[in-house]
Design a protein around this ligand. Structure first.
Ligand SMILES: Cc1cc2nc3c(=O)[nH]c(=O)nc-3n(C[C@H](O)[C@H](O)[C@H](O)COP(=O)(O)OP(=O)(O)OC[C@H]3O[C@@H](n4cnc5c(N)ncnc54)[C@H](O)[C@@H]3O)c2cc1C
Length: 371
C-alpha cells in the first residue's frame, strides 16, 4: 500500500490533521484500531434512538474564535451551556461554587454575610481561586473566608480528586488545589468565561464524517497499525496513538487513570434534575450524565424512558487521564528525545503527547502544527 501521508488514529487530532492535509490536495490514509471514527469523542444513536456519548459526555467550549470558526465549517452548533450540579449534603448544588451555591448551602444570614465580605474584596463577575481566598482570609484575619475556603475544598474538591485519581489527601498537588475556582457572581454556568459553547446540532460523529468527506482521504478501521506498518510506503507519518507503544514500550508503559462508563436504562421520564451531576463525596461513581437532556427536542421522543451514564474511576474502559508522577515525566522525556530524532514522523494529540487536552485545544494544536 502507498500513500503520501499516513495518520495513525481517527480521533479528533487525526481527523483535523487529515482534513487540513486533504484540503491542500494531499493524499491521506488513516489507520484506526477501533471500529469507529471520533476517538473518545465518538457518539452514536442506540437501537432505541438515544444519543450516547460512548466515552463520557463531551461538551464543546472555547474562547478561541479561530477554533470556533473552524469547527462551524462542519456543523451547526446548539447554544447549549453546561450547568453542572454536585450532590452535596443530599442536595444538588451548582458547581463551580458561586453565590447561588452559597445561598443553597448555607443559612441565609451566613450566605449574606459571606456575599458582602467577598464583594468588598472582589468585583462582581470575577473568578478567584481557593488559594487566593485563603491568602485573603489570612491577610484580613477573616474567619468567615477561611470557613468558606475549607468548605469548598472539603466538599467539592478533596474527595472528588481522591476518588477520581485514586490518591490519598496527602498526594493532592497543592498547586492544583490552589486553582479550584470560585465565581463571584450568580452565573452558574460551568464555563462562564468561554464565549463559545454548544453541542453539534446533529451529533459529533456526523460532524467528523463531514470533516473526512474528501476523495483523497482513505480510512482503514479495525486495524492496529503495528500489524501492517511495514506494508505501507509513506512520505510522512503522523502518530496520534500512544507514544510509548510506537517505541514498543522500550522505556516502560506510561500510566493512565482508567474510567469505566456504565449505561443504564430507566423507565422514567427524567432520572435527575440536571444533565450532569457530580458525586464528590457519596457513592463509587464520580458523575452521572442523563444523555437525552443534551438535546431538548429528544425529551419529547422518549417520555417514558431515559438512559444514564455512570462514570467509575479506576476501572477499565478507556485510558482517560495521564497520571502525573516523576516516573511518568522522566519516561516521557526519554520517548520525546527519541521522537525528536526521527525525520518524517510527527507526534500529535493526547496519547502521543501524553497530555490531557480539551477538544478546542486539541484542534488548535493541530491547526498550529499545520501552519
Ligand atoms: C471522560 C472524558 C471526557 C471529556 N470531556 C470533554 C469535554 O466535555 N469537552 C472537551 O472539550 N474535551 C473533553 N475531553 C477531551 C477529548 O476527549 C480530547 O480532547 C480528544 O478526544 C483528543 O483527541 P485525540 O485524537 O488526541 O485522542 P483520542 O480521542 O484518544 O484518539 C486517538 C485514536 O488513536 C487510536 N489508536 C490508538 N492506538 C492505535 C493503534 N495501535 N492503531 C491504530 N489506532 C490507534 C484510538 O483508538 C483513538 O481512536 C474529555 C476526555 C475524557 C477522557
Amino acid at each position: 500500500m502507498k500513500t503520501q501521508y499516513l495518520i495513525i488514529g481517527a480521533g479528533l487530532s487525526g481527523i483535523v490533521l487529515a482534513q487540513q492535509l486533504a484540503e491542500q490536495g494531499k493524499e491521506v490514509l488513516i489507520v484506526e484500531k477501533r471500529n469507529h471514527i471520533g476517538g473518545n469523542c465518538y457518539d452514536y444513536y442506540d437501537e432505541n434512538g438515544f444519543l450516547i456519548h460512548q466515552y463520557g459526555p463531551h461538551i464543546f467550549h472555547t474562547d478561541m474564535k479561530e477554533v470556533w470558526q473552524y469547527i462551524q465549517r462542519f456543523s451547526e452548533f446548539t447554544n447549549f451551556q453546561l450547568r453542572l450540579k454536585g450532590f452535596l449534603d443530599g442536595q444538588l448544588l451548582p458547581i463551580p461554587f458561586n453565590f447561588t451555591t452559597m445561598y443553597l448551602a448555607f443559612p441565609p444570614y451566613l450566605a449574606q454575610q459571606l456575599e458582602e465580605t467577598l464583594l468588598t474584596y472582589y468585583p462582581y463577575n470575577s473568578k478567584i481561586s481557593i488559594g487566593e481566598l485563603r491568602e485573603k482570609a489570612e491577610q484580613e484575619q477573616k474567619k468567615a473566608l477561611s470557613f468558606l475556603a475549607d468548605y469548598i475544598f472539603e466538599k467539592i474538591f478533596k474527595q472528588y480528586t481522591m476518588k477520581q485519581r485514586g490518591i490519598s489527601a496527602e498526594e493532592i498537588n497543592p498547586e492544583v488545589m490552589k486553582r479550584v475556582p470560585i465565581l463571584i457572581s450568580r452565573d452558574d454556568r460551568y464555563f462562564p468565561h468561554h464565549q463559545y459553547q454548544g453541542m453539534p446540532a446533529k451529533w459529533y460523529t456526523k460532524m467528523f464524517e463531514k470533516m473526512l468527506d474528501y476523495p483523497n482521504i482513505k480510512l482503514l478501521l479495525n486495524m492496529d497499525y503495528k500489524i501492517m506498518i511495514n506494508d505501507i510506503i509513506y512520505h510522512q507519518l503522523f502518530i496520534t496513538s500512544p507514544i510509548d507503544e510506537y517505541f514498543d514500550y522500550k522505556y516502560g508503559k506510561l500510566e493512565y487513570r482508567k474510567t469505566l462508563f456504565h449505561l443504564e436504562t430507566h423507565n422514567v421520564q427524567s432520572f435527575q434534575d440536571n444533565i450532569v451531576v457530580n458525586y464528590p463525596n457519596d457513592y463509587e461513581w464520580t458523575r452521572i450524565t442523563e444523555m437525552k437532556k443534551f438535546y431538548p427536542q429528544s425529551l419529547t421522543y422518549h417520555i417514558d424512558r431515559t438512559v444514564i451514564c455512570k462514570e467509575f474511576p479506576g476501572q477499565w474502559d478507556i485510558e482517560a487521564y495521564p497520571v502525573e508522577s516523576s516516573e511518568n515525566k522522566k519516561m516521557l522525556e526519554l520517548y520525546q528525545a527519541d521522537a525528536q530524532a526521527l525525520k518524517n514522523v510527527h507526534f500529535l494529540g493526547r496519547l502521543a503527547n501524553y497530555r490531557y487536552r480539551d477538544m478546542d485545544k486539541t484542534i488548535k494544536n493541530v491547526l498550529d502544527f499545520i501552519k
